[in-house]
Design a protein around this ligand. Structure first.
Ligand SMILES: [Zn+2]
Length: 988
């Protein structure tokens, strides 16, 4: 809604043609992008910098600068550089300009990412002034970073004595990236990702861990870091991207004066050569820290394909991968799952174009040891069978239809649309291919269609070629219960080895440097050197997209006309009547299973083929809400949603109808689904530990959060585990059928409850398609059961610790507060932003060495919480949480307050797109969160004072009201004893 874009100047009406000079830039190509109603310009600067500009009617302006970075070792140099580049630059010499900038901006996206062979710095915003503020900070950070020695030590690696100033205490390795990578390498998925590159491309840059291997990170020198920057972060090696309805000339002038004018051309060979072909298939064994030897294994077969910048190959492999694996009934997926050998497809399954030569991988997870040969044979035999028998034409048509949806859809879900465009374009661009083919594949599609029409065995031929390829790797992934402790042991040995020749002088230097870093971290810096926005940049209103409502039977139907690119979105939210307690726990299993099973006489395979043929996907979820003025008025709803090309609107209605009214579950399919979900949830614990800890703490102080814990917390994991593996104490396969039969009985009750609920239907489509008949759905709901008001007691009380395979901890604390319309609610939201950026970042991340720390206020559940992410500490972090009140008495001024209010206002103005803007408004209005209620909240928010923050903290965030939970690899009780805390410890 910040509409201060350059509409008046309408820069997109300016015409560019090939050869146009814009300063030292030359327009090399102009291409129309009809699917997205845009134009692509490709420009080249005299220094060699490449620039892609996409002109499109979108007020969310985007920018990115990307550097090919090809590390030759696993010291994590590219990753550490990405961190250190963001820690002060010539024009902005503050310790953390990137983090300091976030609260001075209304950005809709800010980040930096290190991939295999490139590093990118993207952002987006709806405010033009903000765009140029961020542009200046990004350009300075990437091209003129200070790369201070202290920054290298803080975020890279350093030696530190346990007691900083005591050289006789234990010596330790520290560093943000060092700890981040210790945490990252704890999950099977990320270990496999690193291993895949190494296995398939052993001679290339992909063989090294670009993120950094913890044991090798200490080998990176400060000089090495600086040299890597000088070579790679240079205009001649840069790929710029700009997007939106904006003044290109002004952007280029800014880049010229800030960057280009200060460099001379330089050449650097960042090209990645071809990997020499294997003479025969290989096998690699990979372990990750884990104790689930029964179900923690995976086997993945992977092949090296041709260049991923070849658009024909890329398109054909994308489509074939979808044909083979795109849905549960797909010809490769189904036999693999139904074999019963594993529970789900292995991580990394599918086509990958993120290597210069692409890869195709497929396998199974949820395995016990010794299954490699079996899985290998199954995959190869199944593929051979598919090639022999031929792929039915309707499956190919379905996948092409999915591809069409992908090309047409305009959505800010996931990444902002402008950055989605950047990533699509970058694939071929960075590998020397034609960037246009990342956005527009009409010629390639036409040639594919012609080949298919001529009756050629296109995909069967590709499968046969694949099977004949000797360049194949079978990756056997096994959990190793001892690995975590071995890693600790290895770290101790590493420290010993690296420090064995330390002299007293070396030890004195470590103490000196540690104290230096500590005092630097304690130094107040003045973020006012950074550009900023003011509170007047926040629009006082909220979005009010037009929609109409009509009562259709028991259902209220909202219709939202939007420029959706020709897609139709349908949401059916059903408010449930009273739900018995035992059914609450299995509701998330129901919503998981219902879209993956059969319905209306079709088994799951037939139904999933139908879903793929006529929709762009369907989903079901259980959600929790409260009234704006009453936290105990908990409302429970199930939502079915889907999208489709407008021509398939009626078919979408029919699919959702069948899912709601006539789902069909079988014992066998349900068992598969439960096992899949269990392995997915188990794997997510180490990556989402903070969210799990936060939910578990919140569930002790809020009724809505109790439901969220039962739906998506560790409690739901325990429920699922008890069904699949048997109740605690009697685990084993016995009784599984009986447990599933009991669950299916509960599913039947849930189905009945759902059809007795109160439906709110929201249709979003182009004005031409908005009249879609939804009566088949609305007529389903009969009766007059009142909407239920679940009364929920806490599941657990007292500090809760959940232990899992993790070398780091995830700590959380939560407090009960007030509902949305309460006068103190806006101040609590502002307080959470203030603590997050001014306090937690410094204490938890910079000083504590955790990867992240946060504070949040859940306005719907009325819970205020603080968390840490991948944290080496427990007791220290809880002390930091407790000391937050004292921090509010340190000198804080207008700047801190303004920044906190700005960031809070972003939560009230989320980035929307045609697919989401209307449904948010419709469901918000129906739940009582009307524009008037939201605008009143915003008006209060803009008027919050520092005294308000101290007052709400004293009122609500007191030690007696606190609830604690953590996820960690160790029992915390010895560490926290002195704080008067005692955790109840359970395994995950
Ligand atoms: Zn990182």
């Amino acid at each position: 809604m910040t509409m201060q874009t350059t509409k008046a100047a309408a820069p997109h009406t300016q015409t560019f043609s090939v050869g146009t000079q814009l300063g030292r830039y030359t327009v090399e190509r102009v291409e129309t992008l009809p699917e997205m109603q845009g134009t692509l310009l490709l420009l080249r600067h005299e220094l060699g910098a490449r620039h892609a500009h996409v002109i499109r009617e979108d007020d969310n302006l985007a920018f990115g600068v990307t550097f090919p970075t090809v590390p030759k070792d696993s010291t994590g140099v590219a990753h550490i550089l990405e961190h250190v580049a963001l820690m002060g630059s010539q024009k902005y010499p503050v310790p953390d300009p990137f983090f300091a900038m976030a609260p001075r901006s209304l950005n809709t996206f800010m980040n930096a990412m290190t991939a295999n062979d490139w590093t990118t710095y993207p952002f987006s915003t709806r405010n033009v002034q903000d765009y140029f503020n961020l542009l200046s900070v990004y350009l300075d950070a990437t091209f003129f970073p200070l790369l201070r020695y202290e920054s290298f030590r803080q975020d890279g690696h350093r030696f530190e004595f346990e007691k900083l100033d005591d050289p006789s205490s234990t010596l330790k390795l520290q560093g943000v990236v060092y700890n981040e990578m210790k945490g990252a390498m704890a999950s099977a998925g990320s270990v496999m990702w690193r291993s895949l590159g190494k296995a398939l491309y052993p001679d290339l840059t992909y063989a090294v861990n670009s993120g950094g291997e913890p044991s090798e990170i200490p080998n990176l020198t400060y000089e090495g870091l600086r040299a890597f920057h000088a070579a790679h972060y240079h205009p001649s090696n840069a790929f710029f991207f700009t997007y939106g309805n904006q003044d290109l000339g002004r952007v280029l002038e800014e880049i010229e004066s800030h960057v280009m004018s200060r460099f001379a051309p330089q050449s650097l060979d960042v090209s990645v050569p071809d990997q020499a072909d294997f003479a025969e298939p290989r096998r690699v064994d990979v372990t990750y820290p884990g104790s689930d030897t029964e179900r923690g294994g995976q086997v993945l077969l992977a092949w090296k394909l041709g260049r991923s910048s070849n658009p024909d190959l890329n398109l054909r492999w994308s489509v074939l991968s979808d044909v083979l694996l795109g849905n549960p009934a797909a010809p490769l997926t189904r036999p693999l799952i139904e074999s019963g050998i594993g529970s789900a497809l292995a991580d990394l399954t599918g086509y990958r174009d993120s290597f210069r030569e692409g890869a195709f991988a497929v396998g199974l997870k949820g395995l016990s040891a010794g299954k490699a040969a079996e899985v290998e044979k199954l995959v190869l035999d199944t593929l051979a069978g598919i090639a022999r028998e031929g792929i039915p034409a309707d499956l190919i048509a379905s996948s092409l239809h999915q591809f069409e949806i992908g090309q047409k859809e305009v959505s800010n879900s996931g990444y902002p649309y402008g950055l989605q465009v950047m990533f699509r374009l970058m694939g071929p661009w960075l590998y020397g291919g034609d960037p246009v083919t990342g956005l527009r594949l009409d010629a390639e599609l036409e040639s594919l269609r012609a080949d298919l029409d001529s009756g050629r065995r296109v995909f069967e031929g590709m499968i046969e070629e694949l099977l004949a390829l000797p360049h194949r790797v079978t990756m056997v992934v096994t959990p190793d219960p001892l690995l975590a402790s071995q890693a600790e042991q290895a770290e101790r040995e590493l420290v010993e080895r690296l420090s064995k020749d330390f002299t007293d002088e070396d030890r004195a230097r470590i103490v000196r440097e540690s104290l230096q870093l500590q005092s630097l971290q304690a130094q107040e810096s003045d973020p006012n050197v950074l550009p900023t926005l003011a509170l007047s940049d926040v629009t006082p209103g909220v979005q009010r997209p037009e929609y109409s409502t009509a009562q259709e039977g028991r259902a209220l139907v909202g219709r939202v006309p939007q420029p959706t690119g020709g897609l139709t979105y349908l949401d059916v939210q059903i408010r449930l009547p009273e739900v018995p307690a035992d059914l609450l726990d299995v509701l998330p299993l129901y919503t998981y299973a219902v879209t993956r099973s059969g319905a209306a006489g079709q088994d799951y395979a037939e139904l999933s083929r139908r879903i793929e043929a006529v929709t762009g996907g369907v989903g079901a979820s259980a959600g929790v809400g409260t009234a704006p003025d009453d936290l105990s008025a908990v409302r429970l709803a199930v939502t079915f949603s889907g999208k489709a090309l407008a021509r398939n609107g009626g078919a979408l209605v029919s699919v959702l109808h069948d899912l709601i009214a006539a789902p069909e579950f079988t014992r066998e399919r349900t068992r598969q689904l439960l096992e899949q979900r269990l392995s997915g949830m188990k794997a997510s614990v180490v990556g989402s530990g903070s969210a799990y800890a936060d939910r578990l703490a919140s569930a002790q102080v809020s009724a809505a959060a109790v439901l969220e814990e039962r739906f998506g917390g560790l409690t739901s994991l325990a429920t699922l585990k008890a069904i699949v593996e048997g109740p605690e104490g009697e685990q084993g396969p016995e009784g599984l059928d009986a447990r599933i039969d009991a669950l299916l009985g509960q599913f039947a009750q849930l189905r009945d409850l759902i059809t007795r609920g109160l439906p709110l239907v929201c249709l979003t489509a182009t004005p031409d398609d908005i009249g879609l008949d939804v009566q088949p759905i609305t007529s389903l709901f009969v009766g007059d059961a009142p909407t239920g008001r679940p009364v929920l007691a806490p599941l657990v009380t007292g500090p809760q610790a959940r232990t899992t395979d993790s070398p780091v901890a995830f700590n959380a604390i939560a407090y009960p507060t007030v509902p949305y319309t309460h006068a103190d609610s806006p101040a609590l939201l502002v307080l959470s932003r203030l603590l997050r950026s001014e306090y937690m970042l410094k204490e938890i991340r910079e000083k504590g060495g955790a990867y992240g720390g946060g504070a949040g206020f859940d306005t719907r559940a009325g819970v205020f919480s603080m968390t840490s992410y991948r944290d080496p500490h427990i007791a220290r972090t809880y002390q930091v949480f407790r000391d937050a009140r004292a921090f509010l008495d340190t000198p804080l001024g207008e700047r801190e307050l303004t920044e906190a209010i700005l960031t809070a206002s972003k939560i009230l103005d989320p980035l929307t797109s045609p697919d989401t803007v209307g449904r948010l408004r419709f469901y918000g209005d129906q739940a009582g969160f009307t524009p008037e209620v939201q605008e009143a909240f915003k008006a209060r928010l803009l008027a919050v004072t520092l005294d308000d923050l101290r007052r709400v903290m004293d009122t609500y965030l007191t030690p007696e009201r606190a609830a604690y939970a953590l996820v960690a690899g160790r029992d915390p009780n010895v560490e926290v004893e002195a704080m008067g805390l005692k955790f109840e410890v359970q395994g995950v």
